[in-house]
Design a protein around this ligand. Structure first.
Ligand SMILES: [Ca+2]
Ligand SMILES: [Ca+2]
Length: 188
């Protein structure tokens, strides 16, 4: 894994660690799901709220399965990076895992089901991970390189693949979860 790839993964881990205690646990994902439901105005206990929670918890299940921590209550940064190394090393995983998850995440982001992710849909998702609006807008600008105001499914899948695999500092997919350069500086 290169320094750039590692910086993106450290950033991603920190984004997912909702309560900032240095480990990923089920509660981090529950908190993200509840925040997303709240931002979208879904009522507590409604079917839409339950669906969002199930989708976000799938990310938790997948992360544990692939880092060999099935049944464990916590994932450390070390586990996370070992899991990502497997993804980078394996073309099979890239297709089944990255693309599989990306499709599910796309459907979750596309709240109004019109087949594209609008800036508003992206920002609500970004903010559910405690991201601030300014960084979210910057990230969306990078991802929406044709300046259309939305992301197609194809563009989103490409961005997710770049986020995981690319070692190009200019790859737009690097921005999927916002600015990541801080981790790059601190890791060198
Ligand atoms: Ca945590
Ligand atoms: Ca949409």
């Amino acid at each position: 894994m290169t320094e750039l790839q590692k910086a993106k993964q450290v950033h991603y881990f920190n984004v997912l660690d909702y309560n900032d205690d240095g480990v990923l646990e089920k509660q981090d994902f529950v908190n993200v799901a509840d925040r997303l439901a709240e931002l979208r105005g879904y009522e507590e206990g409604s079917s839409k709220h339950t669906a969002v929670r199930q989708e976000i918890l799938r990310m938790w299940t997948n992360a544990r399965a692939l880092s060999g921590k099935e049944g464990k209550a916590q994932i450390t940064l070390e586990d996370w990076l070992a899991h990502e190394q497997k993804v980078i090393d394996s073309n099979v995983l890239v297709h089944s895992y990255v693309q599989g998850i990306a499709r599910a995440v796309f459907d979750m982001l596309d709240a109004d089901n019109d087949g594209v992710i609008s800036e508003d849909e992206y920002l609500k998702f970004f903010e559910s991970f405690r991201g601030d609006t300014e960084n979210g807008e910057l990230a969306f600008q990078k991802l929406d390189h044709k300046d259309q105001g939305y992301l197609t499914r194809k563009e989103f899948l490409e961005a997710v693949t770049e986020f995981h695999l690319s070692d190009d500092p200019d790859a737009r997919g690097n921005w999927l979860f916002g600015p990541y350069e801080e981790e790059l500086e601190s890791s060198t």
